[in-house]
Unconditional design. Structure first.
Length: 399
């Protein structure tokens, strides 16, 4: 099995999408799948490619002229046929992360006579459905896909309702449970930061990632201000903070920490009492599984992955998205709960992570999808050969 995987999100890009792509690639690589990865990189000025332990990596710049950039990419793929990318051996084309993969992968899959697998995260669906420029790209990719994978039940239901001919597979995000652990040094650093920055009487609410409006952080801050309980909490915001949110913070006890590398987040997770995910809509945030794995209870809106896996009062305080009254009630519960009960919620979150978020299960589910797609595609291809050989598309694998 050899994948041509096209993405806009891959390290050294920061953020959950790049992290997820890297995790999926590493997991499939360990399982023996070869992967030729194309990273359409908005930070690269020139194209480059090199071999990797699992196949190859090509970085191509995302030029202003999208059509030109994608045609150049196709040329490069052909030119590297027998050098780094081994295009003649590709068995699947995979689209992951961003509008350009959704645009290019269906075309390339058709030209190569390979099955198309589309991995839908949060933003591709949330933005794609209601953006007049992105909607045709999204619909075309979904219609042409031999398999669609989503990370939440709600995404799968939305896609199936719009495209009844599809049967999306739900493959939740995973995490390396052995690798993502706080050390004694991480906990000591977190305790030291807390002693220097937080009044002992306050609970620390942690916010991690790109804290944009979609993520509901301004809404949550406004709800906190209106709750009358702001003096019970200190807000720890780690990541990119938009200006509108920044202007709301002076009224609150808070700390701002610029984005840091992933494992440098561990002391800040350790310093928090609860992690807040108040998204108006979302996929399956990596912050959710990172927090749960570390035994941190959550205050979260009941959407996306939070709705799929969290239970009110067990691992989280939940509220309907955008419901100010319910959000203030969740804040009140987080303020009132005793320390012992809060630790018990953290233990429940860690147990949930062990049972539901293991990256090995994520890899296994993707392998099952890829194997089934290949089986069906090959059967259909054989039928095409028998019924009408001229109708069979040109196969690069035959070259």
């Amino acid at each position: 099995m050899r994948l041509l995987l096209i993405t806009e999100n891959y390290p050294p890009d920061r953020g959950g999408m790049g992290e997820s792509c890297d995790r999926i690639v590493r997991g499939l690589g360990r399982a023996g799948v070869a992967i030729d990865l194309v990273h359409v990189d908005r930070k690269s000025a020139t194209a480059s490619s090199h071999q990797t332990s699992t196949g190859s990596l090509m970085r191509v710049p995302a030029e202003a002229d999208t059509a030109h950039a994608m045609n150049l990419l196709w040329n490069r793929l052909q030119q590297n046929l027998d050098v780094n990318l081994h295009m003649g051996a590709v068995t699947h084309v995979v689209a992951f992360g961003g509008a350009l993969p959704l645009l290019a992968a269906p075309v390339f899959a058709a030209w190569m006579a390979c099955p198309l697998v589309t991995l839908i995260r949060g933003n591709e669906l949330d933005a794609g459905l209601f953006d007049p420029r992105r909607r045709p790209i999204l619909d075309d990719a979904l219609r042409r896909s031999d398999a669609i994978c989503t990370v939440t039940q709600s995404q799968a239901k939305k896609i199936a309702a719009l495209h009844p001919e599809t049967q999306p597979h739900v493959v939740p995000n995973g995490i390396d449970l052995e690798l993502w652990q706080a050390t004694d040094a991480d906990r000591a650093r977190g305790a030291a930061w807390r002693a220097d920055n937080v009044e002992p009487s306050r609970r620390v609410l942690g916010f991690f990632g790109h804290l944009k409006n979609k993520k509901g952080v301004p809404f949550f801050v406004e709800s906190l201000l209106r709750s009358g309980l702001a003096d019970r909490f200190h807000l720890l915001l780690v990541g990119e903070v938009e200006e509108g949110l920044r202007s709301m913070l002076p009224e609150l006890s808070h700390s701002l920490v610029p984005g840091v590398d992933r494992f440098d987040l561990l002391p800040f997770y350790a310093a928090a009492d609860l992690i807040v995910l108040p998204s108006h809509y979302d996929g399956f945030p990596n912050v959710l599984i990172e927090a749960a794995t570390l035994g941190k209870p959550l205050v979260a809106s009941a959407v996306g992955g939070m709705l799929d896996v969290l239970t009110e009062g067990e691992e989280a305080f939940l509220f309907p998205p955008g419901d100010g009254h319910a959000c203030r009630d969740a804040i009140a519960r987080a303020a009132a709960i005793g320390s012992k009960e809060l630790r018990q919620m953290g233990t429940a979150a860690a147990t949930l992570a062990r049972h539901r978020f293991d990256a090995r299960d994520e890899t296994r589910h993707y392998l099952e999808v890829l194997e089934k797609v290949q089986e069906v595609f090959d059967a259909n291809t054989d039928e095409d050969r028998r019924s009408d050989p001229a109708a069979l598309r040109l196969s690069w694998r035959a070259r």
